[in-house]
Write a protein that binds this ligand. Sequence first.
Ligand code: FES
Length: 294
Amino acid sequence: MPAHDSAKCDNRHTLIIAVCILLVMLTEERRGEIQARARAAIGGRTLRRDAWWGYPLWIVFFLTVTIAYSTWAGVLGTHGYFAKPYISPIFSPCLATSCSESTIRIVGKWFPLSPALLVMWLPILFRLTCYYYRKAYYRAFGLLPLPNFGPPACAVREPMPRYSGETKFPFLLQNIHRYFFYLMIGNMVFLTWDTVKAFHFDDGWHVNTGSLVFLVMIATMSLYMLSCHSCRHLVGGRRDLFSRSPLQYRLWKGVSRLNLNHGIFALLSLFWIPVTDLFVRLVAAGVISDIRLF
Ligand code: FES
């Protein structure tokens, strides 16, 4: 190819690349603009006349109290979380040799902190990335001007002008929820074992008040886990043709029915974990007695 033809070709390539870069930038700009416009444009603070702030405020209160208690119990409350045969679910499975009663001793005395820290990260991340909690805390803390949070309710103005949903870092990380779900299945095995042990005393199998406390704990946790969106996907959501797998279809229908109440199970199970912990601590401290029912 003659030299001037080759130069022309190079120029054309440079021009094409420049146009492509410009188009990508414009598209990016346009995407942001479209997303911003797609959010409700509300002139005043809200179009609502009812007490729309009640629900987000209640969620803020509920999450603050339960998280504050669980953090205190897991980080500082390193005594009294075991009262035979009960172990606080915040510490279970207890993996350190420093545990009052170890489930499996895999972490030696070198670990100087609360043994709860070895396990509580998983339920925290599981709940933090849960679809229901995401909706709840985006709305609840949408009362504050936090980027990408809000709106706190329908027909209430956005606290921040730009919104990219969960398409960008760090919100993109919410998509790893399903992997926390898989890990939590292991955690549920230990909680189930703790519940079985809650019926077994030195003098045999009995039902005490504590046994029922643990039964409610595992029931609410199981409902929360079974109604999870990732569970729904796992049991049948990946199928294109249900006619070829009737069992999966039945399972998927069952989980879908539970999924309708996932928010309620999420709150109930979160509430009952500190209740169970508190019960164990009060029994361990001798403040209340663990009444034998039969
Ligand atoms: Fe809530 Fe999975 S969506 S636990």
